[in-house]
Design a protein around this ligand. Structure first.
Ligand SMILES: CC(C)(COP(=O)(O)OP(=O)(O)OC[C@H]1O[C@@H](n2cnc3c(N)ncnc32)[C@H](O)[C@@H]1OP(=O)(O)O)[C@@H](O)C(=O)NCCC(=O)NCCS
Length: 159
């Protein structure tokens, strides 16, 4: 898809994001809550936010969202303090059209600006598309946590 635009998520995007998170949940691709308040609190307005980006097409329809947060001391994921923690959610109607790739380019730039050099992605082992996506973005396995596979992306030294 050539006309994908990326911008920071705003509070008024929450209903549209919630809609496709519900679609992912209905297809068994999401277990966390998908309601509008959850989106506002855990993604768009989260105090540890480095970036929360949305992908849109020209008509303004939101196709995906990627959240990048600071791993704070004692975070529930057990991720090393100072790393980033990433999560990616693309509407099932827009899958495999480059939305995730475009979102990660923006998140990687945001990580660099924030001085974050390593990013954790935690994926359930049965989530083949999530594993393939992060592998394609340059993430590599580095540990297993509670049955989930944790992958790490190291920002290139010249970034
Ligand atoms: C995983 C997910 C984020 C991928 O987003 P996407 O917009 O479809 O990804 P892209 O089209 O940008 O694909 C980038 C690359 O990832 C890989 N990839 C993506 N989806 C894939 C799939 N279903 N099977 C194999 N490889 C896949 C490919 O290498 C692809 O490059 P290519 O199309 O040129 O071969 C999306 O499918 C999704 O939201 N899934 C549900 C939620 C989820 O699992 N999130 C990740 C764990 S938090």
């Amino acid at each position: 898809m050539s006309d994908i635009r990326i911008r920071p998520a705003a509070p008024e995007d929450a209903p549209a994001i919630s809609d496709f998170l519900r679609e992912l949940a209905a297809r068994g691709k999401r277990k966390s809550p998908s309601d509008v308040d959850f989106v506002r609190i855990h993604y768009i307005g989260h105090p540890d936010r480095i970036a929360c980006s949305v992908a849109l097409v020209a008509q303004g329809h939101i196709l995906g969202m990627q959240s990048l947060k600071h791993a704070r001391d004692g975070n529930i994921y057990g991720v090393t303090q100072g790393w980033g923690i990433i999560g990616t959610h693309v509407s099932p109607d827009a899958a495999r059209r480059g939305v995730g790739r475009a979102l990660f380019a923006a998140s990687r730039d945001a990580a660099r600006r924030a001085g974050v050099r390593s990013i954790d992605a935690t994926i359930q082992p049965e989530n083949a598309e999530g594993l393939a996506y992060y592998e394609a973005m340059g993430f590599r396995d580095y540990r297993v946590s509670g049955g989930a596979i944790c992958k790490c992306y190291e920002l290139p030294v010249d970034m």
